[in-house]
Every structure is written in C-alpha cells, then in structure tokens.
Write a protein that binds this ligand. Structure first.
Ligand SMILES: *[C@@H]1O[C@H](CO)[C@@H](O)[C@H](O)[C@H]1NC(C)=O
Length: 242
C-alpha cells in the first residue's frame, strides 16, 4: 500500500509514502530518493494489535488520522490513484463541507448497479455487526431515498475542522480500533468493505444530506484524480534529489 503520483508530484508540498508490503514499481531505496518524498514507518506498536493485520483495513483510518493530526490536511489515495491535475483544485470542494471530499459511488442501495444512478452499494457489503456498533438501522439505511451515499474508501481529501473530527474521524477511529466493528467474524471482501463500509455508515449517521445527487462533487473530484490499476497509462518518471 503506497501513494503513487505522476507528473504533478512537484505541485505537492510533501508526499508521504507508507510502505507496508513491497512496492510494485520502485525499490524502497529509490522511493526514498525522490524529491519532496518522505518515507515513514507505520507505528503499528501504538495501536490495537489487529491494526497490524492489513486485511482488517484498520490501518487506513489510523494513518489518515495520523497525518491529519500532524499537518491539518491529507489527500489519501490508494495505490491505484493517479493525479491528473494539481490537488489544489480540490480544496474548494471541501470548503463548504467541513473539510471533507470523498468520492461518492452512488446514493441509493435500492437502485440497481446496472443503472446510471446505481452501484454495488455498501449496504450489500456491510456486516450486521458493524451496523449495530456504529448505530445505524439497516432498514433505515436502505429506505432513505437517495440519502445513503456509498463512498469509496480509496481516495479522499480531509482538511481539519471540528466537525470533521467529531462527525467523521472520531467514530471512524473508534470502529477501526474495535476489531468486532471494522472486521466482524466471517467478514471478507465478498460481504464487507471494512473501512469503506464504516465511512459510508458514519456519513449516513452523522452528515445525512450533506451530499446529494444535486451537489455531488464526484465529477469534479474525478477530473483531478483517476483510478488506474496496474501499470496501464503509467507515465510518472520521478526525479531523484540527493
Ligand atoms: C484540528 O482541529 C481540531 C478541532 O478544531 C483542533 O483541536 C486541532 O488542533 C486541529 N489540528 C490540526 C493539526 O490542525
């Protein structure tokens, strides 16, 4: 798991790359030599033991919180995220929403994933234990007409604010640190989306109707970053700084 960037790296003040496994494109020593890049070890020892188990995905809210609390802002991107334009362009999108900009996959679990407004909604990918732990009624989540946004856990901008801290980060971390919430028994990617399921439930619970079909910032978000898996379209040739 690491953050990759393409030609816009120079526009980013500092990029942190947390290397958990091996890196796909570069050697560790190469990454350390890139300009404006710092590689840090993830301090697993400071957190509950299951955070080390990467398949619980508890590391994700944890690392987002870590960077947010040090710098006041983080753009988190999975390894599949390519920056097509400077990230600055996303800042205005977070301003009117307490500092949060996610990527909303769809707004209603009842709408078929084959239709324009549908997706494979987190409603279908969240274990019952997580609903109970976070405190969302499953039927209400299902029946809230176009008011249950399913967010992507792979890309998001967070700019620190009191609301962001209390309505998103605190409950998200509380769930991440509780194994029975983030990764209930018998959860797998076939029936559960871990950090992503939690984020969608928390947004539904604490920030309902903050984002709607009418004000959805996702198209503008998608104009700045692109999800690309593997080497396809990969064209970043970072410079080394010594
Ligand atoms: C983030 O916001 C909280 C709540 O307003 C504040 O207490 C904290 O100092 C802020 N941290 C940073 C790094 O900006």
């Amino acid at each position: 798991m690491f953050i990759t960037t393409n030609s816009n790296l120079v526009e980013v003040e500092r990029v942190f790359i947390f290397v958990f496994t091996f890196t796909f494109f570069f050697f560790f020593s190469q990454i350390k030599s890139f300009c404006n890049v710092q590689v840090r070890r993830f301090p697993f020892e400071n957190y509950p033991a299951h955070v080390k188990k990467l398949k619980t995905y508890a590391f994700k809210p944890t690392l987002i919180n870590l960077v947010l609390n040090e710098f006041g802002v983080i753009y988190y991107g999975d390894a599949s995220i390519r920056f097509m334009k400077p990230l600055f362009e996303l800042l205005p999108e977070s301003v009117g929403h307490h500092g949060f900009l996610g990527q909303i996959r769809c707004f209603d679990p009842k709408v078929s994933s084959r239709s324009k407004y549908g997706c494979h909604h987190d409603y279908h990918l969240t274990k019952n234990e997580m609903y109970a732990k976070i405190g969302v009624k499953k039927t209400e989540y299902y029946n809230s007409h176009f008011a249950s946004p399913a967010l992507s856990g792979g890309l998001m901008l967070l700019v620190n604010s009191t609301t962001l801290q209390t309505k998103i980060m605190k409950p998200w971390l509380r769930c991440a640190f509780d194994l029975a919430c983030i990764a209930p028994t018998r959860s797998s990617l076939r029936n559960h989306r871990f950090d992503q399921s939690a984020l969608s439930l928390i947004i539904f619970k604490n920030m309902r109707n903050e984002w709607t079909l009418e004000n959805d910032p996702t198209p503008r978000h998608d104009a700045v970053v692109k999800v690309v898996r593997g080497r396809k379209g990969y064209n970043w040739h970072p410079k080394s700084c010594s």
